[in-house]
Design a protein around this ligand. Sequence first.
Ligand code: FAD
Length: 530
Amino acid sequence: MNITADVLIVGSGAAGLTAALNLAETHTVAVIAKGALGEGATGRAQGGIAAVLDEGDSFEAHVNDTMIAGAGLNDRSVVEHVVEAAPRAIKHLIELGVPFAIEGDALHLTREGGHSHRRIVHVADATGFAIQQALEAAAAKNPNITLIPDMVAIDLVTGRHAAHFSTSGAVHGLYAYNRKTKRVETLTGRATILASGGAGRAYLYSTAPRGATGDGIAMAWRAGCRVSNMEFMQFHPTCLYNLEVKNFLITEAVRGEGGRLKLPPGVKGGGKRFMPQFDERAELAPRDIVARAIDHEIKRLGLDYVHLDISHREPDFVREHFPNIYDKLLGLGIDITAEPIPVVPAQHYTCGGVLVDLDGRTDATGLYAAGEVTQSGLHGANRLASNSLLECLVFGEAAAKHIAANFAQLPEVPEIRAWDESRVTDSDEEVVIAQTWGEIRRFMWNYVGIVRTTKRLERARHRIDMLRREVRDYYAHFRVTPDLIELRNLLEVADLIVRSALSRHESRGLHYTLDYPETLPDAKDTVLVP
Ligand SMILES: Cc1cc2nc3c(=O)[nH]c(=O)nc-3n(C[C@H](O)[C@H](O)[C@H](O)COP(=O)(O)OP(=O)(O)OC[C@H]3O[C@@H](n4cnc5c(N)ncnc54)[C@H](O)[C@@H]3O)c2cc1C
C-alpha cells in the first residue's frame, strides 16, 4: 500500500499536531504515530507552558532565565524568537479550547525552578493531557488531515530508494511498519516533518513514554543530517524505584513540603539525611545537584535506591497535598504517611537532537523537524522547566509556514521502490531483542548517566560496538518488527550520546564528568556529522 500526502508528519504530539493544523489550511497532511495518537510525552506533561503574560514580567527576564539554565550554550537569537512567540502560542491553544486555569479575569500563572517570575500557564497538574486532547480533536475534525496510528516509521526515503537510483539526499517520505497488516508501507510526500519526540528510553529509568526511543534522531542521522548536543540528558532527581513501575515521577513538591532524602537502612549512615553534605540548600537544591548527589550515594554504596521520606508530616497533610502519589504508592504496598519512598533519579528530557534552523529545516532538502527530536538552540546545556512544550508549538508552526511558503520549490516525488519483502523469515528468538534492549538501558544508566568518567564512557562504547554488529546482522536477516526497529534506533542514539559525551572535555550544564570537572571559557555545541 502507498500513502501519499503533500506533507508527512512523524509524530502526533504537540509538535506534530501543531504543524499539521497550520499546514492543513492549504495542504493535505498525513500524521503517523507508532502507537495510539496520545501516547507521546505531550500527554504526560504536568507543570505547564512558560510564557510572559504578567505585567511585572518581561521577555528579557524569560530570555535571561533560559540562558542561565542553558549554561552558555543557548543561541540567543533562537531564545528571543521563541520567548517572544510564546504569548501568541498560548492564545492559539486557548482558541482550540485548552482550559487553562484562571484566576480572577486572567490566566493563573505558577512559578517553577529557574524562573524569576510567575509565568507558567497550566491546566491543574495535567496540562499536557489537556493540550493533547485539544490538538487531537481539532486535527480529527480537519478534512485535510489524515491521522494514522500504529504506523512505525523505519527509515526516511531518499534518492537511493527511487526506482531510478539517484544520489540525491532529498527526502521524499518514509517506509513504515503497519502494526495492523504487519507489512511495510511506503509513504510519500513533498515534505516530511520529524516530530517524533526524545530518546529517554535509552536509559533504564526514564519518565519518558515507552516509545521515546530516539527514532527520529536515528532516522535523520542515517539520512545524512547532523545531530547535536546529545550528551545533555536531563535527569529528574526522584522517580519511584520499583521493579514493575519504572517511570512514576515523585514531584519536587514532596521535597518542597519537607520530604527528606535518606540512605536506606543496612548501610553506614542508614536512615540519615545526606543532602546537607552536598549543598547548603539540602533537599531544596536545584534538580541537577540533587540528582547528582543521589547518583553519587547510589554508586558509592552500591545501592539500588535511596529513600525519600515525608512520613514525619501529619498523615492528613500528606494525603491532602499528594493524593495521586499517596493512592498510587498505596496500591504498590507503600504507605507514604508511615514509610519512606524508594527513589532513583530518572532520565527526563533529551536536550540534543537533529540540528534545525529557525524554520525547522534540517540538513536534508524536504526534511523538517520540530519538538524534542531537535536541537534548535533553545535549551543549550540544560532545559529550563516548561520551555519544551513551548518549543514544540513555536517550531511546529514555523516548519509548517516554511513548507507552505516554499512548497512549489520542494522536489517532486520520484517513483519509490517498495520495501524489500524478501526477508521473510520471522525471528524465532524474540528473546534476543528483549535481552539486548535491557542490556543497553542498563549500561547507559550505569556508565552514561548523571556522573560520567571517560573510562565508563569507553566501556559503554565498547558494548555498543559489539551489540551494533549483532543487531545489524539480525536486522539484515529477519523480518522487521516494531521491537527490532526500536532496538536498532536505540543503539544508534546510544552511540550518538556516548560519542558526544566523550568529545566534551569539560563539565557544563547536564554533562558532568569527573575527568574534566571544570567548565571551559568557550561554550561550543557538539556537532556530529554523519
Ligand atoms: C513526565 C513528563 C512531564 C513533563 N512535563 C513538562 C511540562 O510541564 N512542561 C513542558 O514544557 N514540558 C514537559 N515535559 C516535556 C514535554 O512533554 C515534551 O518535551 C514534549 O511533549 C515533546 O513533544 P513532541 O511533540 O516533540 O513529542 P511527543 O509528544 O513525545 O510525541 C512523539 C510522537 O512521535 C511518535 N513517534 C515516535 N517514533 C515514531 C516512529 N518511529 N514512527 C511513528 N511515530 C513515531 C509517537 O508515537 C508520538 O506520537 C514533560 C515530559 C515528561 C515525560
